[in-house]
Design a protein around this ligand. Sequence first.
Ligand code: ZN
Length: 144
Amino acid sequence: MSLSKDYQRVRSHRPYTIVTLAELLEVNPATIRRWIKLHGLDMAITNTRRPIILNGAKIKDWMKARQVAKRQPCAPNEMYCVRCKSPRQIMVETFQIIQRNASKLSVKGECEVCGLTLQRFGSVANRAALEAVFCPKRPDNPAA
Ligand SMILES: [Zn+2]
């Protein structure tokens, strides 16, 4: 399941109980209660009666905002490492460009910290710029 797209499952015009929301998102109901209590998920339509009824639109907005807050944008010379859970530079000696078709290519290299192979897609038109950014010290690179 893609956690980043979970909010797309929530319907704006539908009310949810903690249990129905937990089932929809495939999480434990305790997770929803923790979001409400600790992470500011303010979405209750009624919190004086049981069960608590939650507002779909508010849930969606909260989940989107939370996703934006978690974003870690990469600098032009970085790729996101899923093992480090952080933007990382690649080791220059592992840098390679693989042409996918007439217009697409991918840049590959190993994470400078953990060694995981990182990949980023780009266009053939940007090849020289990608080489200059990811591998500035390569001897055959005219931009060096
Ligand atoms: Zn890494």
